[in-house]
Design a protein around this ligand. Structure first.
Ligand code: PGA
Length: 265
């Protein structure tokens, strides 16, 4: 069931980054599903997705299908190309063939460590959509950007660039992740997240229309824990979380997913 005020079903997503091989992934996903079932989570109230490394995806797909687990999954990256002489790349077509629902695009670690710029992010966003995957478009300002330009200028510009080639209604998720908050233990305040999320929703409205803006989930990411998820989920423009470190701890991730129990949203 979607939240009454917004009509958007919250999404809690776990970005595993470079952690857990395929055997560990199978054990982890099984335990996570048991933990959520034990806690009687209503999967109509919240969507749960994991983002394992590429080499785990086939195992995760097989487990979820065989045991009919109510979990979604996606990849952490994709190529902007569909096929061809691109050694080491993975096509969105391959991810779709593995039943991936989502794919992360433009995570700040890929922008910083792999030199992905706004053009690459736009091309990957288009590739994801072309293959029927929902891109989770990650945007966010660094500590330096925050000091120089304030909080929203960079994420707003990054999202505008990512959506530049897109016209008409589209199924996307946006993750606002301040770079200074990722892995630092220092999350943004719920008010900061809401302020930027509101502006990002306006960018979507201007770029592709009000309907898509109204239906798009905007997540907050950066040092999300069970102790701070409540504040974010109370914000009208924040529809979930992209969780890194805490998504690797089953008990903690399960508590984050069950935010409705402890926050009364
Ligand atoms: P974190 O990472 O939760 O460990 O801060 C979030 C992310 O990078 O998506």
């Amino acid at each position: 069931m979607a939240r009454m005020t917004t009509g958007r079903v919250p999404l809690i997503a776990g970005n595993w980054k470079l952690n857990l091989d395929h055997l560990q992934a199978i054990a982890f996903v099984q335990k996570l599903a048991w933990s959520l079932k034990d806690a009687r989570l209503d999967f109509d109230e919240v969507e749960v997705a994991v983002f394992p490394p590429y080499t785990d995806l086939r195992s995760v797909q097989t487990l979820i299908a065989a045991d009919k687990l109510p979990l979604k999954f996606g990849a952490q990256n994709l190529s902007e190309h569909d096929s061809g002489a691109y050694t080491g790349e993975i096509s969105g077509a391959f991810l779709k063939a593995l039943d991936c629902d989502f794919v992360l695009v433009g995570h700040s670690e890929r922008r910083m460590l792999n030199g992905e710029g706004d053009d690459d992010v736009a091309a990957k966003t288009a590739a994801a959509i072309r293959h029927g995957l929902v891109p989770v478009i990650c945007v966010g300002e660094s500590a330096e950007d925050l000091e120089k330009h304030g909080q929203s200028a960079v994420p707003v510009a990054q999202l505008k660039a990512a959506l530049a080639g897109i016209t008409g209604a589209v199924d996307i998720v946006v993750a606002y992740e301040p770079v200074w908050a990722i892995g630092s233990g220092q999350a943004a305040t719920p008010e900061q997240a809401e302020q930027v999320a509101g502006q990002l929703r306006q960018v979507i409205a201007d770029a592709v229309g009000q309907d898509t803006a109204d239906s798009t989930r905007i997540l907050y990411g950066g040092s999300v824990k069970s102790g701070n998820i409540a504040g974010f989920m109370r914000q009208p423009n924040v529809d979930g979380a992209l969780v890194g470190g805490a998504s690797l701890d089953i008990a903690e991730f399960s508590k984050i997913i069950r935010f409705q129990n402890h926050v009364g949203v």
